[in-house]
Design a protein around this ligand. Structure first.
Ligand code: PMP
Length: 429
């Protein structure tokens, strides 16, 4: 049945299909950490709708909330509603006090791309400047502005007004340095570019940063790098946009990844897990001093998804009630330990394991250290055959990525590690 549905899709849909190319299954239903294909095969789902479902598939409480809201009001444009008001209050309650008291929220539309686009436009309007600084390996979206700021060569059309600087990917240092003796030279480089007139770069309207590059291969920014980026952008009065579309809403074991770094962004972009249930919505949260838009300056039809707002409020309530962030930390430690053991056992395949909370990445390299995308891809296939869905990412497609639901239980995590271990072992043979 999967094969039949895949063939029908291939006949009629655009060739831009992406996930089913690597994971050739048709989906039927999901429940918690599991997803079932059209033939009744059940998989542990560490793709998680691309990191969208913190409570797994079809959480019963969220189903109830969405069903109730669908019967009341599903779509509300940008009119005020009590449901939206409650959601805004709940969202703001997750921010640190200093940010909360100065925050403005822009409901940007259904997707992360929409919110990145809004954030860039906001900073350009507020500063009257146009250039943007982004980082190698970053991913921010699929429309002109956000796509231009994304550094994935194969997808990027052009980058008008965007300057790419090296991200602190220490495992494959973009400056060719050894991390032990480097003293964040990439941050120093960024500082030189932003302050030095010799580079010819006009002062940018924004610096756009992921704290953990997700699509870029789960590259966790080092503390010192982020601290210095924050320091120099603040000193030069350049708004720092932190794109937490993937890291936000609990994924890293804190509500937001920026909390791990003890910094605060000027602009925060959220989407993916924001509604908790997969109902699409995205927001930009920003400092009120950037609030330069005239009424109607940035509109869009689908900015009032009441199903997303209602389930987003419920998600935050459930997350607090169930101690979800503690679960993330416990599962993160468990999975990380298992993956580290595997890497120690199979160093001929795995060159590094990286993680922050429940964003985990396993990088596959040849003995000479060069990327080994075929090994990552073969591992993904072996894992799928055994009943575990994982994703591939990274600049050279050599990183297996895991984005499990945040309420993953210990036994399922253990099982997933067994399946993944067996998959890598099979590839090593
Ligand atoms: N920013 C980041 C960090 C992302 O990971 C993604 C999606 N993977 C986006 C933006 C774009 O979000 P969407 O696919 O919802 O447009």
């Amino acid at each position: 049945r999967s094969a039949e549905l895949l063939a029908r899709q291939a006949d009629r849909e655009s060739a831009a299909r992406s996930y089913p190319r690597r994971l050739p299954i048709a989906l039927r239903r999901g429940s918690g950490s599991y997803v079932e294909d059209a033939d009744g095969n059940v998989f542990i789902d560490f793709l998680n709708g691309a990191g969208v479902l913190p409570l797994g598939h079809s959480h019963p409480e969220l189903i109830g909330v969405v069903q109730h809201q669908a019967a009341e009001l599903a779509h509300g444009l940008d009119f005020p509603t009590a449901v939206k008001d409650e959601f805004t209050t709940a969202l703001l309650s997750t921010l640190p006090e200093a940010m909360r008291s100065t925050a403005r929220v822009h409901f940007s539309g259904p997707t992360g791309t929409n919110a990145v686009e809004a954030a860039l436009k906001l900073c350009r309007t507020a500063t009257g400047r146009s250039e943007v600084v982004a980082f190698h390996g970053g991913f921010h979206g699929m429309t002109a502005g956000s796509l231009a700021a994304s550094s994935e060569g194969s997808l990027r059309a052009s980058s008008p007004g965007v300057h790419f600087l090296p991200f602190a990917y220490c495992h494959r240092c973009p400056l060719g340095l050894r991390p032990e003796s480097c003293d964040t030279n990439c941050a120093a480089y960024l500082e030189r570019v932003l302050t030095g007139s010799h580079t010819g770069l006009a002062r940018p309207a924004a610096v756009l940063l992921e704290l953990v590059q997700g699509e870029g291969g789960v590259v966790v920014a080092p503390q010192e790098f982020v601290r210095r980026v924050r320091e120099v952008t603040a000193r030069l009065d350049i708004p720092l946009i932190v794109d937490e579309v993937q890291t936000g809403c609990g994924r890293t074991g804190r509500w937001f990844a920026f909390e791990h770094y003890e910094i605060e962004p000027d602009v925060l972009v959220l989407s993916k897990m924001l509604s908790g249930s997969g109902m699409p919505t995205a927001v930009v949260v920003y400092h009120e001093r950037l609030d330069s838009w005239r009424p109607g300056a940035h509109t869009g039809t689908f900015r009032g998804n009441q199903l997303a707002f209602a389930s987003g409020t419920a998600y935050l309530r459930i997350a607090r009630r169930d101690g979800l962030l503690e679960t993330v930390s416990a599962r993160s430690t468990q999975l990380r330990r298992g993956l580290d053991e595997l890497a120690a056992r199979l160093p001929q395949l795995i060159s590094e394991v990286r993680s922050l909370g429940l964003m985990l990445g396993v990088e596959f390299s040849h003995a000479d250290g060069s990327p080994w995308p075929e090994a990552a891809s073969a591992t993904q296939q072996e894992a799928l055959a055994r009943g575990l869905i994982v994703e591939i990412g990274g600049r050279a497609d050599c990183v297996v990525r895991m984005l499990p639901p945040l309420n993953l239980d210990e036994a399922t995590a253990h099982h997933a590690l067994e399946l993944f271990g067996a998959a890598v072992e099979a590839v090593s043979k």
